[in-house]
Design a protein around this ligand. Structure first.
Ligand SMILES: [Zn+2]
Length: 230
Protein backbone atom coordinates (compact mmCIF):
# COMPACT_ATOMS: atom_id res chain seq x y z
CA UNK A 1 0.00 0.00 0.00
CA UNK A 2 1.24 3.48 -0.91
CA UNK A 3 0.15 6.86 0.34
CA UNK A 4 0.42 10.44 -0.75
CA UNK A 5 0.06 13.52 1.41
CA UNK A 6 -2.11 16.14 -0.22
CA UNK A 7 -1.30 19.87 0.02
CA UNK A 8 -4.07 20.25 2.61
CA UNK A 9 -2.56 17.52 4.82
CA UNK A 10 -5.00 14.72 4.03
CA UNK A 11 -3.58 11.28 3.34
CA UNK A 12 -4.68 9.28 0.36
CA UNK A 13 -3.87 5.58 0.21
CA UNK A 14 -3.64 3.61 -2.97
CA UNK A 15 -2.64 0.22 -4.25
CA UNK A 16 -0.96 0.08 -7.61
CA UNK A 17 -1.15 -2.84 -10.03
CA UNK A 18 0.88 -2.75 -13.22
CA UNK A 19 -1.15 -4.06 -16.15
CA UNK A 20 -1.33 -3.76 -19.88
CA UNK A 21 -4.04 -1.10 -19.84
CA UNK A 22 -4.32 1.87 -22.11
CA UNK A 23 -4.95 4.54 -19.50
CA UNK A 24 -4.78 4.68 -15.76
CA UNK A 25 -7.81 3.11 -14.06
CA UNK A 26 -9.05 4.06 -10.61
CA UNK A 27 -11.39 2.08 -8.45
CA UNK A 28 -12.46 2.75 -4.87
CA UNK A 29 -12.29 -0.56 -3.05
CA UNK A 30 -13.27 0.16 0.54
CA UNK A 31 -13.62 3.30 2.63
CA UNK A 32 -9.93 4.22 2.55
CA UNK A 33 -8.06 2.78 -0.44
CA UNK A 34 -8.00 3.59 -4.14
CA UNK A 35 -7.08 0.70 -6.40
CA UNK A 36 -5.02 1.89 -9.34
CA UNK A 37 -4.09 -0.07 -12.42
CA UNK A 38 -1.68 1.44 -14.91
CA UNK A 39 0.61 0.40 -17.70
CA UNK A 40 4.25 -0.22 -16.68
CA UNK A 41 5.21 2.78 -18.79
CA UNK A 42 3.33 5.34 -16.68
CA UNK A 43 5.65 6.93 -14.09
CA UNK A 44 4.63 6.89 -10.43
CA UNK A 45 4.88 10.64 -10.26
CA UNK A 46 2.24 11.05 -12.95
CA UNK A 47 -0.06 8.52 -11.26
CA UNK A 48 0.21 10.37 -7.98
CA UNK A 49 -0.52 13.69 -9.67
CA UNK A 50 -3.69 12.17 -11.13
CA UNK A 51 -4.67 10.83 -7.72
CA UNK A 52 -4.15 14.22 -6.09
CA UNK A 53 -6.19 15.95 -8.76
CA UNK A 54 -9.14 13.58 -8.17
CA UNK A 55 -8.73 13.46 -4.38
CA UNK A 56 -12.09 15.09 -3.57
CA UNK A 57 -13.84 12.57 -5.76
CA UNK A 58 -12.18 9.67 -3.93
CA UNK A 59 -12.87 11.05 -0.47
CA UNK A 60 -16.48 11.57 -1.50
CA UNK A 61 -16.65 7.93 -2.60
CA UNK A 62 -15.08 6.81 0.72
CA UNK A 63 -17.77 8.68 2.64
CA UNK A 64 -20.51 7.11 0.57
CA UNK A 65 -19.15 3.61 1.16
CA UNK A 66 -18.84 4.25 4.86
CA UNK A 67 -22.41 5.59 5.09
CA UNK A 68 -23.67 2.54 3.23
CA UNK A 69 -21.85 0.23 5.64
CA UNK A 70 -23.24 1.99 8.70
CA UNK A 71 -26.74 1.91 7.22
CA UNK A 72 -26.58 -1.80 6.54
CA UNK A 73 -25.12 -2.54 9.98
CA UNK A 74 -27.85 -0.43 11.62
CA UNK A 75 -30.57 -2.24 9.77
CA UNK A 76 -29.26 -5.67 10.81
CA UNK A 77 -31.64 -6.01 13.73
CA UNK A 78 -32.54 -4.93 17.19
CA UNK A 79 -31.36 -6.43 20.43
CA UNK A 80 -33.52 -7.85 23.19
CA UNK A 81 -32.79 -6.45 26.62
CA UNK A 82 -34.88 -6.94 29.76
CA UNK A 83 -38.10 -7.51 27.88
CA UNK A 84 -37.61 -4.69 25.41
CA UNK A 85 -36.61 -4.71 21.77
CA UNK A 86 -33.93 -2.03 21.54
CA UNK A 87 -32.90 -0.57 18.18
CA UNK A 88 -29.16 -0.65 17.49
CA UNK A 89 -27.51 2.69 16.88
CA UNK A 90 -23.98 2.49 15.49
CA UNK A 91 -21.69 5.45 16.05
CA UNK A 92 -18.28 5.74 14.45
CA UNK A 93 -15.81 5.89 17.31
CA UNK A 94 -12.57 4.28 18.42
CA UNK A 95 -14.00 3.12 21.79
CA UNK A 96 -15.11 -0.34 20.59
CA UNK A 97 -17.91 -0.85 23.06
CA UNK A 98 -21.69 -1.10 23.34
CA UNK A 99 -23.89 0.80 25.78
CA UNK A 100 -27.45 -0.10 26.76
CA UNK A 101 -30.01 2.42 27.93
CA UNK A 102 -33.82 2.59 28.16
CA UNK A 103 -34.41 3.28 24.49
CA UNK A 104 -31.53 1.98 22.44
CA UNK A 105 -28.28 0.09 22.27
CA UNK A 106 -25.46 2.35 21.10
CA UNK A 107 -22.45 0.68 19.55
CA UNK A 108 -19.22 2.67 19.34
CA UNK A 109 -16.89 1.16 16.77
CA UNK A 110 -14.81 1.66 13.68
CA UNK A 111 -15.57 -1.83 12.38
CA UNK A 112 -19.15 -1.91 11.13
CA UNK A 113 -19.12 -5.57 10.16
CA UNK A 114 -22.10 -7.51 11.53
CA UNK A 115 -19.82 -9.97 13.38
CA UNK A 116 -17.96 -7.22 15.21
CA UNK A 117 -21.15 -5.34 16.08
CA UNK A 118 -22.79 -8.53 17.39
CA UNK A 119 -19.70 -9.38 19.43
CA UNK A 120 -19.59 -5.93 21.06
CA UNK A 121 -23.29 -6.16 21.88
CA UNK A 122 -22.95 -9.65 23.34
CA UNK A 123 -20.04 -8.64 25.58
CA UNK A 124 -21.83 -5.55 26.86
CA UNK A 125 -25.09 -7.45 27.38
CA UNK A 126 -23.33 -10.15 29.42
CA UNK A 127 -21.58 -7.58 31.60
CA UNK A 128 -24.75 -5.60 32.19
CA UNK A 129 -26.67 -8.77 33.03
CA UNK A 130 -24.03 -9.89 35.52
CA UNK A 131 -24.26 -6.52 37.24
CA UNK A 132 -28.05 -6.79 37.35
CA UNK A 133 -27.85 -10.30 38.84
CA UNK A 134 -25.49 -9.09 41.57
CA UNK A 135 -28.05 -6.40 42.38
CA UNK A 136 -31.02 -8.82 42.42
CA UNK A 137 -29.08 -11.28 44.54
CA UNK A 138 -28.49 -8.56 47.14
CA UNK A 139 -32.15 -7.57 46.98
CA UNK A 140 -33.36 -11.15 47.63
CA UNK A 141 -30.88 -11.66 50.47
CA UNK A 142 -31.85 -8.36 52.08
CA UNK A 143 -35.56 -9.23 51.90
CA UNK A 144 -34.96 -12.67 53.39
CA UNK A 145 -33.07 -11.10 56.27
CA UNK A 146 -35.82 -8.52 56.74
CA UNK A 147 -38.23 -11.46 57.10
CA UNK A 148 -36.04 -13.01 59.76
CA UNK A 149 -34.52 -15.69 57.53
CA UNK A 150 -30.77 -16.04 57.25
CA UNK A 151 -29.86 -16.71 53.61
CA UNK A 152 -27.10 -19.31 53.28
CA UNK A 153 -23.88 -18.27 51.52
CA UNK A 154 -24.49 -18.56 47.78
CA UNK A 155 -22.14 -18.35 44.82
CA UNK A 156 -23.96 -17.04 41.75
CA UNK A 157 -22.86 -18.23 38.30
CA UNK A 158 -24.24 -16.68 35.12
CA UNK A 159 -24.01 -18.91 32.08
CA UNK A 160 -25.86 -19.93 28.98
CA UNK A 161 -28.00 -23.00 29.67
CA UNK A 162 -30.07 -25.03 27.26
CA UNK A 163 -32.95 -26.43 29.29
CA UNK A 164 -33.18 -24.49 32.53
CA UNK A 165 -33.60 -20.87 33.56
CA UNK A 166 -31.86 -21.43 36.83
CA UNK A 167 -30.67 -24.12 39.18
CA UNK A 168 -29.78 -24.40 42.82
CA UNK A 169 -27.30 -26.76 44.34
CA UNK A 170 -28.38 -26.24 47.96
CA UNK A 171 -25.73 -28.62 49.30
CA UNK A 172 -22.91 -26.65 47.69
CA UNK A 173 -24.50 -23.23 48.08
CA UNK A 174 -24.44 -22.63 44.37
CA UNK A 175 -27.03 -20.91 42.16
CA UNK A 176 -26.78 -20.84 38.36
CA UNK A 177 -28.71 -18.27 36.36
CA UNK A 178 -29.29 -18.58 32.63
CA UNK A 179 -27.73 -15.75 30.63
CA UNK A 180 -30.68 -15.95 28.23
CA UNK A 181 -32.83 -14.37 30.93
CA UNK A 182 -31.26 -11.06 29.86
CA UNK A 183 -33.97 -11.00 27.15
CA UNK A 184 -36.71 -10.95 29.81
CA UNK A 185 -37.99 -8.23 32.15
CA UNK A 186 -36.14 -7.50 35.37
CA UNK A 187 -39.01 -8.92 37.50
CA UNK A 188 -38.85 -12.18 35.57
CA UNK A 189 -35.14 -12.49 36.38
CA UNK A 190 -36.03 -11.67 39.98
CA UNK A 191 -38.65 -14.45 40.00
CA UNK A 192 -35.95 -16.96 39.01
CA UNK A 193 -33.76 -15.73 41.87
CA UNK A 194 -36.63 -16.23 44.33
CA UNK A 195 -37.34 -19.70 42.92
CA UNK A 196 -33.73 -20.80 43.33
CA UNK A 197 -33.38 -19.26 46.79
CA UNK A 198 -36.60 -21.00 47.90
CA UNK A 199 -34.87 -24.32 47.19
CA UNK A 200 -32.52 -23.66 50.10
CA UNK A 201 -35.56 -24.17 52.35
CA UNK A 202 -37.60 -26.59 50.21
CA UNK A 203 -35.70 -28.90 47.89
CA UNK A 204 -38.62 -30.10 45.75
CA UNK A 205 -41.52 -28.36 43.98
CA UNK A 206 -44.05 -29.29 46.63
CA UNK A 207 -46.97 -27.17 47.82
CA UNK A 208 -44.84 -26.05 50.74
CA UNK A 209 -42.19 -24.84 48.29
CA UNK A 210 -44.73 -22.74 46.38
CA UNK A 211 -46.35 -21.46 49.57
CA UNK A 212 -42.94 -20.24 50.74
CA UNK A 213 -42.12 -18.78 47.32
CA UNK A 214 -45.44 -16.92 46.96
CA UNK A 215 -45.17 -15.65 50.47
CA UNK A 216 -41.78 -14.15 49.66
CA UNK A 217 -42.62 -13.00 46.13
CA UNK A 218 -46.41 -12.80 45.61
CA UNK A 219 -46.09 -11.81 41.91
CA UNK A 220 -44.13 -14.98 41.14
CA UNK A 221 -46.61 -16.44 38.63
CA UNK A 222 -47.26 -13.12 36.95
CA UNK A 223 -43.60 -12.76 36.04
CA UNK A 224 -42.40 -16.33 35.87
CA UNK A 225 -45.13 -17.95 33.79
CA UNK A 226 -43.89 -16.22 30.61
CA UNK A 227 -40.84 -18.47 30.76
CA UNK A 228 -43.01 -21.57 30.33
CA UNK A 229 -44.38 -20.45 26.98
CA UNK A 230 -41.28 -19.18 25.29
ZN1 LIG B 1 -36.96 -25.52 41.03
Amino acid sequence: MNRIILPDGRELCYELTRKRVKNINFHVKDECVVMVSASPKVPIKYIEQCLAKRADLFFGAFEKLKARKIASANSTESVKWLGKELPINIIENSRETAVFDENECRVFTRDFSAENVQELIKTAKTERFKALCAELNEQVRAELKARGLEPPPAVITIKEMKSRWGSCSYTRGHISINLRLADHPRETVLSVFWHEYAHFWHHDHSDRFYRFLLDMFPDYHKYNDVLKTG
